[in-house]
Design a protein. Structure first.
Length: 316
């Protein structure tokens, strides 16, 4: 179906543009962070690792929060109370790198939607843009409200390795069931409605549990509503931009000082740039992979990593 609001699939040219805008800053931050090695509780290598883990997993249906929770535990960033609080905040703030990458890759879709909403010429394209915007706003609301109300409880009780492993396993089984039973939908993203957004938004609340995956529940819910897989994936990306931007801004405002006091400034920024690069790669790969494959590979991955983490917990 022709898509006049923007491309559904990020092009190789877009990837080059996104990379080119950050390469100089990346090299500069590496140099600065390296000179400050040992001055903070977060090393250059640790920042790079956290950034890469975030970028590779944020928009894939495998849960970036779950991966980052386990990674920071393995790195020992949660060994002290101050370190744990700062690390928990940083794994949210580091999402900004992935946000910018996807915004760059889907800039035509975003700009096209904004143009038709803000300066609307009459016609179906404007109506489609408005429906998309309304659906995104409606889908954003439930998780945002629940997150504000019980966010501290979630951090206290669910940001742990064991709860994450459970969510990985259950989500993996759900993915395999979905891949074996679901018939592909045919609805384009332009056909999405506010009702679709409400259903997706309600399911989004489940993703507040680390390990569930915001991307996973969005894609599955959208697919069950009849959206084609490429439309479901793109809606997941766009909704992710809204949710992650809000979460990142809130976390930076409330706990940015804690992150800087514990980890410094340049080293965390290096992690953001690592997230930027790896997210661009992951998104382009996922879009192209799902053009000819199901979600099943992500189900097998989730079950395998859950089993690995479970064994590690039993042996520790």
């Amino acid at each position: 179906m022709h898509n006049s609001l923007g491309s559904r699939s990020p092009s190789s040219k877009a990837l080059v543009v996104v990379y080119g805008t950050a390469i100089v800053g990346f090299v500069g931050l590496v140099a600065v962070a390296a000179t400050n090695a040992g001055d903070t509780a977060l090393s250059t290598a640790e920042a790079l690792l956290l950034g890469v883990v975030e970028g590779l997993t944020e928009f894939l249906p495998v849960s970036s929060t779950g991966h980052l929770t386990v990674t920071q535990r393995l790195l020992g960033l949660s060994d002290t109370e101050a370190g744990k609080d700062a690390a928990d905040s940083y794994v949210i703030a580091v999402q900004f790198g992935a946000i910018v990458a996807v915004a760059g890759l889907y800039r035509k879709r975003i700009a096209g939607t904004a143009r038709h909403v803000l300066r609307p010429p009459p016609g179906e394209e404007t109506e489609a843009a408005r429906r998309l915007l309304v659906a995104l706003l409606v889908a954003f609301t439930p998780a945002a409200i629940v997150g504000l109300l019980v966010g501290d409880l979630i951090k206290t009780h669910l940001f742990g390795v064991a709860p994450t492993a459970v969510a990985w396993f259950v989500g993996g089984v759900a993915v395999l069931w979905f891949a074996s039973r679901h018939q592909p939908g045919v609805r384009a993203l332009e056909a999405i409605t506010a009702h679709d957004g409400l259903v997706i938004g309600a399911v989004q609340v489940l993703a507040l549990w680390p390990g569930v995956s915001r991307s996973l529940v969005t894609i599955i819910a959208a697919a069950f509503l009849g959206l084609a897989m490429d439309a479901a994936v793109e809606f997941s990306f766009l909704l992710g931009l809204a949710i992650l931007s809000a979460a990142t801004i809130y976390e930076t405002i409330t706990n940015g000082g804690l992150i800087v006091n514990q980890f410094g400034l340049m080293t965390p920024l290096l992690g953001l740039l690592a997230a930027f690069f790896s997210a661009a790669v992951a998104v382009v790969w996922m879009v192209r992979y799902l053009q000819g494959h199901s979600l099943a590979v992500f189900g097998y991955y989730r079950i395998a990593v859950a089993a690995l983490v479970g064994v590690g917990l039993l042996l520790s």
